[in-house]
Design a binder for this molecule. Sequence first.
Ligand SMILES: [Zn+2]
Length: 552
Amino acid sequence: MRVVLKHLLCILFLAAFVTANSQTKTATSVVPSKPKLVVGLVVDQMRWDYLYRYSEKYTTGGFKRLLREGYSCENTHINYSPSYTACGHTCVYSGSVPSVHGITGNEWYSYSEDSSVYCVRDVKYQTVGSSSVQVGKVSPHNLLTTTITDELKLATNFKAKTIGIALKDRSSVLPAGHKADAAYFFDSNTGSWVTSSYYMTQLPTWVSQYNSKKYADSMLAKSWPLSLASLALYTESEEDFQPYEDVLEKEKSPTFTHRVDSLTRPVTKILPYTPSGNSLTLDFAKATVTNENMGDGKVTDFLAVSLSSTDIIGHKFGPNSVEVEDCYLRLDKDLESFFSFLDTKLGKGNYVLFLTADHGAAHIPDFMKKHNLPGGVFPISEVDSLLEAGIKSKFGVDSLILALDNSQLYFDNERIAAKKVNREELKSYIKTFSLQFPGVVKVLDMENLSNELLDENMKQAIANGYYPKRSGDLFLLLEPGWFEGMKKGTTHGTIYPYDTHIPLVWMGWKIKHDEDHSSVHMTDIAPTIAAMLHIQEPSGCTGKVIEGIFKK
Ligand SMILES: [Zn+2]
C-alpha cells in the first residue's frame, strides 16, 4: 500500500511539475509568477477623503491612476488605540495590534526605567552616515513580532532584499523589520540620509555620493511657493490666513509664500515641514531601487517607503488649509513620477504596490467651533494638576499617578500598596472626578474593560491597544472632535473615523481594478501581501486576507 501511495505521489508530483512548468512558460510572457518588487507607500496622516477631495486638480498619473487601475479598499479602518505613527507603521507591516506587537505609542511610560521611552530608541547603536551622535541610536528591538518584510526574508532564506525609507526614523525602522538590509532616515542637521549601526557599519558608497549632492539644500532654495497660479484656485480650502493655524519655526504668519530658505538654520531642519520632504524621499527611493538593483534578482524584494512631510504639514495647518491642499497636489505629481519610474525600471505589471496611511487627522477644534461643529481641546496638563490635588485631598497621599501618556493613566502600584490606598476606590474617584470636564466621555478601567458599558467595536479597539507592560491602568476617552494638547494646529490618536479611516489602494502585479466597500482593517494588509507572495504571515498577525483582491 505504501509503495502504491508513493508511486501515486510521484505521478502527482510529476503532473504538478509539468503543469507548473507550462504555466510558467505562458505566464512569463504576460505576468511573472511572483512580483519582482513589493513597494509599500505609507502616507503619514493621509485621511481617506484626500483621495477624492482634491481629485479635480490631480494629474492622471498619481492618485487618479491608483484609483483608475488599482483595487481600492474604500472602507479600511484602524482597529486599535492610539492611532499614532509608530503604531500605524507597525500594524501595516506586522498585521497586528499594539496588544500583540508591543508598539503602544510613539513613546510610552516605562515602569522599569521610570520615564517615557521612544519606540525605536536603542542606545546600543550609533549613527552611520553623519556626525549627529543621537540621530542613529535606533533599532526595532521593542517590536515583539516579525513583519511581512521579515517573513519575506525567512521565506527566501534571507535572499530577498528589504529596505525601509522615511524622513522619520520610526517610519523607516519599524516597517523594515528586524532583518532589513537597511532602514534609512533623514538627519535634518546635515541634510543626509543616515542609518543605525544595527544594520551596517558604513553607508553604501552610492548613499554617501547621493548625500554629497546636497539635494535637500537645492530643493529648499526654491522655498515653498503655491504650486497653482493663485490662492483663488485652492477651492477645497479656506482662506490662507487662519488664527488657529500654527506657524513654521521663525515664520511670522502661516501664509504663502513660505520663505523656507530664509528660516531656521541649518536650512535642512525645515525640510520635513515642506512638500520637498516628500519629493526628496521619493527621489531617494528611486535611487535605492536603481543602486540596490531591487527587483532584479530571482526572489521578490521589498521597498517600504513612508512619506512623513504630509503629517508634519498636517499638524501645523490642519486638513482645511491651503498648505495641506498644496502638499497633496505636489505629492500627486511626485507619485506620478515615481510610478512611471517603476514602470520603466521594472516593467508595468511586474511590481505590486500599495498605498495606505498610518492614521488620519482631526479638524482643528477652533475651526470646528467657528462652524458650530463639535470638538475641543482638552487641557490635559491642567486636569493632571487638578487630579493630583484632588487625590491628595481625598486619600491623603500624593504621587499615586506615575504618568499620563497616550490617553492612559499609569498607577504607581507599589506606592498605592505601600500607602494602603484602596485601588478600587482610587479608580472610582478618578472616574467620577473626570466627568466634571467638558469633552470627557468616561474613564475606562483597563483591567475590567469587558465590564465597561461602551460600543463593542470601540471597546475592542481600546483592548487592542492594551499591552500591560507598556500600558496604563485607566483610559481617558474623549468625545469625537476632541483631543489633548495644543490650541493651534491639529493632531490624531483617537478611535474615531477622522483618525482611523485610511486609504488602501493596490496597484500592479495581478491586481485588477475594483472598488471594494467591505470592511477591511489595517491589520489585513500584511496577510494579504503574504497570500500574494505565498509566504507566511507575520508572527503576531491578527488580520485576515482581503479576499476580494484574489477573486477572478
Ligand atoms: Zn502625526
